[in-house]
Design a binder for this molecule. Structure first.
Ligand SMILES: [Zn+2]
Length: 428
């Protein structure tokens, strides 16, 4: 009897804490739902993002113009309902139980990991990706070259691979998985590496061999490992804060480009878009930032891989009232990307525009920093989907998404060449 009462009390404590976890357990999201909330005014958005800073119960998943995607704990549904009425916005549920999607994904991963094979029918861990990279570097010693950006906060190595078939190629830099939970990004980046090395398709061969590729498959290595081992929905870095018990910084708000200006990031360490105590406070961001600025003459095009929303986004992030001098050219390249993707049998539609125009003010992002370094074609790509699965895109969609990225990037680069952006900046 005593024991039973103790168990009941324990269960209640666990329930009250919501998605809590023990030392070796993964955080669970049983009956957590995701809502699409539509708003009209900046004031409504402020109120929504403010109340979503209650991390126990709410997590911001995504934002599009006049739309927020919020994950909500089962215990906070009534709070959401009353907030919706108070703020006078509309909401609709589009994921009923986040944990069931995580379970399905984990099942697929476990089934295929048991034989230790790397592939694109499942999501690979950092260790699997690095082991695969090592194999690639050994198998293609002339064409590939390993490079190291630096060390993460927790001491992991941030690695990249250069693929170059000949000298005097224009350079394309790809940053991937800066946001930890966006697993489709590193899956796509590794698939592209594999295609560039092994495809027999003439179009892919031209794309692979006429550009130098600099690809960082996982930038936020600590966060990525954390999503595999503890919390599938983690977004930020893993560096603790001096002023809060909330951990991590949004690395894509931490670059030294209009950092924390224009309301482009949050100053609250518990927010998903916390800009950090200072620009470049995160070693991963500092490493990438240094890599970009010290090699900027090698890069003609910069692509930052994200998910989800199916957007191709260009500078600026800080304002929608001003556009970069070559904005029309960026839009022409974006249109080429979107048209090529839509022409595939999947018919996937991408929208495009500047970050501030398409979403909201966001500062300190990689593509703005890269643009300021003189990489005049710098984009953020938000991959599949538009919210049906969100970050937990089923593994069966990895290859279709990667195929879309491939044809989209090929068309984008063709347009860049036509517009004169692939001229060599220096003799290499
Ligand atoms: Zn992202």
């Amino acid at each position: 009897m005593e024991v039973n009462r103790y168990l009941v009390a324990l269960t209640l404590v666990v329930l009250a804490q919501g998605a809590s976890l023990g030392q070796d357990e993964k955080l669970r999201y049983d009956n957590y739902s995701v809502y699409k909330v539509k708003y009209e005014t900046p004031e409504q958005r402020n109120l929504l993002t403010k109340f979503a800073e209650d991390r126990e119960n709410f997590r911001l998943w995504s934002e599009a113009k006049n739309e927020l995607h919020l994950m909500i704990s089962p215990g906070a549904l009534s709070k959401l309902e009353s907030e919706i009425q108070k703020i006078n916005v509309t909401a609709e549920v589009f994921i009923g139980n986040v944990q069931s999607l995580i379970d399905l994904e984990e099942e697929a991963n476990l089934k295929l990991s048991s034989d230790g094979s790397f592939g694109w029918k499942k999501y690979n861990t950092l260790a699997e990706i690095y082991e695969w990279l090592d194999g690639i570097l050994v198998a293609y010693p002339v064409i590939t070259e390993s490079f190291i950006l630096g060390q993460s906060y927790e001491g992991r190595t941030i690695r990249g691979i250069k693929i170059s078939y000949k000298s005097n190629n224009p350079g394309v830099l790809i940053e991937s998985n800066i946001h930890a939970r966006e697993w489709i990004t590193s899956a796509t980046a590794t698939w592209l590496i594999n295609e560039f090395l092994t495809s027999q398709d003439e179009g892919v061969r031209n794309l692979a061999e006429n550009h130098d590729w600099y690809i960082v498959p996982v930038l936020n290595v600590d966060g990525f490992v954390y999503t595999h081992e503890k919390d599938r929905m983690w977004r930020k870095t893993r560096q603790p804060s001096d002023i809060s018990s909330c951990i991590g910084v949004d690395p894509n708000r931490n670059y030294d480009s209009y950092w924390m200006e224009y309301n482009g990031a949050s100053s609250n360490p518990c927010s998903e878009t916390y800009g950090g105590p200072n620009a470049l406070s995160e070693p991963e961001v500092k490493a990438m930032s240094d890599y970009i600025s010290s090699n900027k003459d090698k890069f003609n095009v910069m692509l930052a891989f994200h998910s989800y929303s199916q957007f191709l986004l260009s500078p600026y992030g800080h304002t929608s009232e001003e556009f970069p001098p070559n904005y029309d050219d960026m839009m022409a390249a974006s249109k080429a990307f979107a048209d090529a993707v839509e022409s595939l049998p999947y018919g996937t539609v991408y929208e495009y525009g500047s970050v501030a125009e398409m979403l909201y003010a966001a500062t300190g992002a990689t593509n703005d920093w890269a643009y300021e370094q003189g990489i005049e074609m710098s984009f953020t790509i938000e991959f599949r989907d538009t919210g049906r699965y969100g970050f937990i895109l089923p593994p069966v969609q990895i290859i279709p998404n990667a195929e879309e990225a491939l044809v989209g990037i090929a068309a984008l680069l063709d347009k860049c060449e036509e517009l004169g952006y692939l001229e060599l900046k220096t003799t290499q």
